[in-house]
Design a protein around this ligand. Structure first.
Ligand code: SF4
Length: 635
């Protein structure tokens, strides 16, 4: 099996049993790797209707056939489970060095079942695998734990950790790695915490079999040269994703004050240039990356000082925009605190912004919260993050995320709980970006931008790389209202392209941000695996994943259907109050029009459930039967 280590490692934490088996050829043929294998293993192996924190939930780490091969951005690992945040399908990916090391140790996929009887960490040293006590690490921060475990085991171990928030089952707890990389979304860290697993440390000294090593080397070298020659190479890398801030703000898509407004006057204080000028120590990248987007930094604030990787664009948008922190130093400190506590920065900032708005409106009071909380105040943010990570008293509710919290608090607070399917929204205000709005609405894990990013197409009317958008700039003047029709095809195209990088185990940013051509991946895939696959073949796998994860939500979430795809009322009912998109909104009728177009193009019914014929045409007959039974049962 060229390109793969060839082994699936299973650990039953309840029984303390460790077993190895050949990576199933049929699953690899059908779903290739990474996100594809996560979706398939979850469908096949999760006992239906298992609660996320029940020990029957499964935790998957899956690499792709290009993970760990000496190629640009070949660093990615996908983690999956039933989502702690949404109760539906969850995956979250991470770069760094963990995936390559896992493959060098001999394992493509790791599946954890059950629950350890005491706080533990997994020790994987090639064939030597142990479940070890984590008593001395339990309660410690994620960054601190990684540092101390490296001191104990050696620097050549690659380690993922969770923080105190995961131990307390905060529904937006993340996985941390390499002192700043995170698998941030869907509460994947909380699932690991629910299994009493504090960390997984791996060291591998083996090799990955490659079909044609000379060609793989040559194609890899050509790929690096092609990337270095791209005009975007020197433009994008210095600031990484933070370089987006000015453009997003200029086009009025920068969420501010919990998405009440969409433009920040203080953008120059919180953009990529501010990081470079005031915080950055060094660029930091993942395994084999030619375009290191991480900015390892040091920040000093009134609340404390810290070393931190970042902030990335999403963290800037949510803490600098939605929570209105006014300096890059403050944002970086909130970022550090989330990393150490093991909180997803996007969801944590969203919960903080929602809480502050509730306080300002008198829905929550000083007695409940324990103090006043305000937009733009780092002290308020630090207070909220620390309390939430402990689930202390009232903060037990906030640790549930904005959807569950607003359902309990009531008083219309759900209208400004900015989420879809229970996952908090990332950094793009969409009331004049219908394509991007539809992308958020239909994303399988909830409101996340990495499933499809079509903001550029909304604003410019054409699909273009982020670098080109930034270079072109934008007027910052009032934007014309964007048409909603025709968006489904654009969104589906992006949703079909993006998983390809995820199944191969490579970073998509070289393609997305600087326009690295997809043909390279076809050639590289052949040289590494010996299998000829066209880009269209890969796209078909993507399509299957979209149907499969939708079916997973139908199977796992009671009453799942169309109404799970709507944004909160703020984004359809309230016109934007200021900025270049002032007065714009996308009405509920327009949302329905887009959903109708989308479901039809996908071959799903009016309720958003994949139709039998669609699934059969994709060779998913067994899944069609399972879903049909469930749909009939619900009726
Ligand atoms: Fe990692 Fe960024 Fe490089 Fe992608 S572009 S591999 S996320 S450092």
């Amino acid at each position: 099996m060229y390109g793969y280590a060839g082994t699936l490692l299973r650990i039953d934490l309840s029984k303390g049993e460790i077993s190895k088996e050949p990576l199933p050829q049929d699953k690899v043929d059908e779903y290739i790797g990474g996100r594809g294998l996560v979706a398939k293993f979850l469908w096949d192996e999760l006992p239906p209707e298992t609660e996320p924190f029940n020990e029957r939930n499964i935790f998957i780490a899956a690499t792709g056939p290009l993970t760990g091969i000496l190629l640009p951005g070949s660093s990615k690992t996908h983690f999956g489970s039933k989502s702690a945040a949404t109760g539906g399908y969850a995956d979250s990916n991470m770069g760094g060095y963990f995936g390559p090391e896992l493959k060098y140790a001999g394992y493509d996929v790791l599946i954890l079942t059950g629950k350890a009887s005491e706080p533990s960490y997994l020790f994987i040293d090639d064939a030597n695998i142990e479940i070890r006590s984590a008593a001395q690490y339990w309660g410690k921060g994620a960054i601190t734990t990684e540092k101390e475990l490296k001191e104990e085991l050696g620097k050549d171990f690659q380690i993922i950790t969770v923080g105190p928030a995961a131990e307390k089952l905060v529904r937006f707890a993340c996985i941390c790695h390499d002192f700043g990389r995170q698998a941030g979304r869907t509460g994947i860290g909380a699932v690991l915490g629910s299994k009493n697993i504090k960390a997984i440390a791996v060291r591998g000294t083996g090799a990955i079999p490659v079909f044609d090593i000379e060609q793989a080397y040559k194609k890899g070298r050509d790929a690096y040269r092609a990337i270095y020659d791209k005009p975007g190479f020197t433009g994008w890398t210095p600031e990484g994703t933070a370089g987006l801030t000015d453009w997003i703000n200029k086009v009025g898509a920068f969420p501010t004050r919990n998405f009440q407004t969409s433009y920040a006057d203080h953008y120059k204080e919180i953009n990529g240039k501010a990081i470079n000028d005031r915080l950055k120590i060094i660029d930091k990248g993942c395994f084999c990356c030619p375009t290191p987007c991480g900015k390892y930094s040091h920040t000093e604030t009134a609340q404390g000082s810290a070393f931190v990787e970042g902030p990335e664009y999403e963290t800037i948008a949510l803490f600098g925009g939605s929570c209105m922190l006014s300096t890059i130093e403050d944002i970086a400190y909130a970022n550090y605190l989330c990393d150490e506590l093991g909180l997803d920065t996007v969801s944590a900032a969203s919960v903080a912004a929602w809480t502050i708005e509730c306080f300002e409106r008198g829905i929550l009071n000083r007695e409940q919260i324990g103090r006043e909380v305000h937009f733009g105040d780092l002290q308020s943010i630090v207070y909220l993050l620390e309390k939430i990570s402990k689930r202390e008293g009232f903060f037990d509710l906030l640790a549930e995320g904005v959807k569950r919290a607003s359902d309990k608090v009531g008083q219309d607070s759900a209208t400004f709980a900015i989420q879809v399917k229970g996952l908090e929204w990332t950094g793009y205000e969409c009331r004049n970006a219908p394509g991007m709005m539809l992308a958020y609405m239909t994303a399988d894990i909830g409101a996340h931008h990495n499933r499809a990013w079509v903001l550029g197409a909304d604003v410019t009317g054409s699909s273009t790389s982020v670098h080109d958008l930034i270079s072109a700039g934008a007027s910052g003047e009032t934007m014309p209202k964007v048409e909603v029709s025709g968006k489904a095809a654009i969104v589906i195209d992006s949703q079909t392209t993006r998983p390809i990088f995820d199944i191969l185990g490579v970073c998509r940013l070289q393609y997305m941000e600087i326009g690295f051509e997809v043909e390279h991946y076809e050639k590289i895939f052949y040289a590494v695996t010996g299998k000829k696959k066209s880009w269209e073949d890969f796209r078909r796998v993507s399509e299957k994943i979209w149907h499969l994860t939708r079916c997973f939500s139908v199977r796992e979430i009671k009453g799942f259907g169309r109404h799970f795809d709507y944004p909160p009322a703020r984004l359809s009912d309230e016109p934007i109050k200021s900025g270049p998109n002032k007065g714009h909104r996308i009405t509920r009728e327009e949302l329905d029009l887009m959903l109708d177009e989308y479901y039809k193009a996908r071959g799903w019914d009016k309720n958003g459930v994949p139709m039998r014929k669609t699934l059969e045409d994709m060779d998913m007959k067994e899944i069609a039967e399972s879903i049909e039974v469930k749909s009939n049962h619900q009726e």
